[in-house]
Ligand binder design. Structure first.
Ligand code: NAD
Length: 408
């Protein structure tokens, strides 16, 4: 079993050696500043009390408040939360928002809870954690299985406990509760802006109007697909948990979305061939975009990947072994901490709007996102050229330098 945290720490070590970064600071960055485990009693609908376990890891706040999502999942554990908080520090530094890294979670399958139980659990988490949170301290957000409604309950509980009015304490809120326009599109479109910069810089040998394969058809995949089509590319394969569809002529995305809505799955889309998720990754295309799960590109399948460019929209889709094989084969990889940083960038815009009591429209948000994430690409490219290394190492070098500079 590949441990993504070990992979990430290995990537940081490699980058630190290349750029001769301060070894003590690098060791410090491998551990979170603080992590907390809490027990949360929740009164269930049947009148009985059930105990839940919650976590928060605050990795580093040298550049600003800790920032990162809270996930609800039956397999959440402290190690995972610590690892994810590490990634957030680096992602926030790459896209240059003034945040550090944090992450939280509760061990729970939220589908087994009623809405009332879910609300009591979310409020219970904040009752135990609220002293750690605040717009200048630690700013949580949604992650796997959490959403704007849960952030709304958490904010309300935080304000009750702290006796303050502080909407900037949580991001990913619903629009009527202080959320930002453009958050839904942010990660996918952000990846699209990075992809466009990559083409402009001629960083990979991808022909104009080439073919793109996307694993996933959720929030991130859908908006990335739209961006790719707007750039003149053909999206020739897409997938969900039940399998993928392939048509070398390219898909009409609206028709695919309509089919998914009525059929409940992508498979059997008219005119397309059904394929497995494994087959999808190995298709003969120009661009491969993992936008669903971690660890899908490994030592097992990396030799069979034919794409010239991989844009990592999912978190941690590529193992260390696969990375080495791609480097040898000349496949260019745009790393997750750059490619999918559009989401956290717009979270920063939400926080900023809350702090300044401003409301931006969608165009303003997406225009600002475009400027900020394209600059992140340019900065990573400069580091790549300076250190003659991969985009991934360059992103780690850039982020580590930015964090270390503020660590004092
Ligand atoms: P989502 O839940 O909207 O979509 C996930 C997609 O993955 C769905 O299409 C689902 O069918 C598919 N999927 C699930 N299991 C699968 C399997 N076994 N094989 C193939 N496909 C499978 O999630 P999302 O928000 O689009 O996130 C996708 C990825 O992007 C995740 O890795 C997430 O961590 C990462 N990410 C998301 C954001 C964001 O803002 N949403 C930000 C940064 C990173």
């Amino acid at each position: 079993m590949i441990n993504p945290f070990e992979t990430a720490k290995g990537q940081l070590d490699a980058a630190a050696r290349l750029a001769n970064l301060d070894a003590d600071k690098i060791e410090q960055l491998k551990l979170p500043d603080r992590y907390v485990e809490v027990s949360i009693p929740v009164k269930m609908d049947n009148g009985k009390q059930r105990m839940f376990t919650g976590f928060r890891s605050q990795h580093n706040n040298a550049r600003g408040p800790y920032k990162g999502g809270i996930r609800y999942h039956q397999q959440v554990n402290l190690d995972e939360v610590r690892a994810l908080s590490f990634w957030m520090s680096f992602k926030n530094a790459v896209v240059n928002v003034p945040f550090g890294g944090g992450k939280g979670g509760i061990i729970v399958n939220p589908k087994e809870l009623s809405l009332g139980e879910l609300e009591r659990l979310s409020r219970g988490y904040v009752q135990k954690m609220w002293r750690l949170f605040g717009p200048e301290l630690d700013v949580p957000a949604p992650d796997v299985n959490t959403n704007g409604q849960i952030m709304g309950w958490m904010l309300d509980e935080f304000e009750k406990q702290s006796g303050t009015k502080a909407p900037g304490t949580f991001t990913g809120k619903s629009l009527d509760n202080g959320g930002s326009q453009g958050r839904e599109e942010a990660t996918g479109f952000g990846g699209g802006y990075v992809f466009e910069e990559c083409l402009k810089a001629n960083a990979a040998k991808v022909p104009p109007g080439g073919s793109v394969v996307i694993q996933g058809f959720g929030n991130v995949a859908t908006f990335f697909a739209e961006a790719a089509v707007n750039l003149g590319f053909k999206v020739v394969a897409l997938s969900d948990s039940k399998g993928g569809i392939y048509n070398p002529e390219g898909f009409d995305l609206k028709a695919v979305a309509a089919h998914k809505k009525t059929a409940g799955a992508l498979k059997d889309f008219p005119g397309a061939k059904n394929i497995t998720n494994e087959e999808l990754l190995e298709l003969p295309v120009d661009v491969l975009v993992p936008a669903a799960l971690e660890n899908v590109l490994t030592g097992e399948n990396a030799e069979k990947i034919k794409a010239k460019l991989i844009v990592e929209m999912a978190n941690g889709p590529t193992s260390k072994e696969a990375d080495a094989i791609f480097e040898k084969k000349g496949i260019v990889v745009i790393p997750d901490i750059l490619a999918n940083s559009g989401g956290v960038c717009v979270s920063y815009f939400e926080w900023y709007q809350n702090m300044k009591q401003e409301t931006w429209d969608k165009k303003q948000v997406l225009d600002k996102l475009s400027v900020q994430i394209r600059q992140a690409f340019v900065d990573v490219l400069a580091a790549k050229n300076e250190y003659k290394t991969s985009f991934r190492s360059a992103a780690y070098i850039l982020a580590a330098k930015r964090i270390i500079e503020k660590m004092g």
